[in-house]
Design a protein around this ligand. Structure first.
Ligand code: SF4
Ligand code: F3S
Ligand code: ZN
Length: 103
């Protein structure tokens, strides 16, 4: 499962579409965590898609990640600022790849 203390245990190494990327990153096999309020561990995501289907405010968008061992697309928290902390995505992800900091 995603480390809920990722913001203490990892470093900010990049930005993507306005959100932080938390390393380590070594493309294409190691992609890190995208987002902060809504954080998705790209190295755990298997592209199940439940988060995209269930999020009531469409926070997630697919991004292509060719060559990643788990899946060749990932749920990117592209609109994390719109999150209303419903926690649905956290509950439905089969691999616990998502952390939402509801405060
Ligand atoms: Fe969407 Fe709810 Fe997840 Fe926020 S907590 S990203 S609103 S499903
Ligand atoms: Fe990935 Fe979990 Fe969503 S596997 S696509 S983060 S439901
Ligand atoms: Zn991203």
């Amino acid at each position: 499962a995603i480390d809920p203390q990722f913001h203490e245990n990892r470093e900010q190494v990049d930005e993507h579409e306005g959100h932080v990327v938390w390393g380590p990153v070594d493309e294409p096999e190691e992609l890190g965590i995208h987002g902060t309020h809504v954080a998705v561990d790209f190295d755990l995501c298997i592209a199940d898609g439940a988060c995209l289907e269930d999020c009531p405010v469409d926070v997630f968008e697919w991004v292509d990640t060719p060559g990643h061992p788990e899946s060749e697309e990932k749920a990117d928290p592209a609109k994390e600022a719109q999150c209303i902390d419903c926690m649905l995505c956290v509950d439905v992800c089969p691999v616990d790849a998502i952390d939402v900091d509801a405060g």
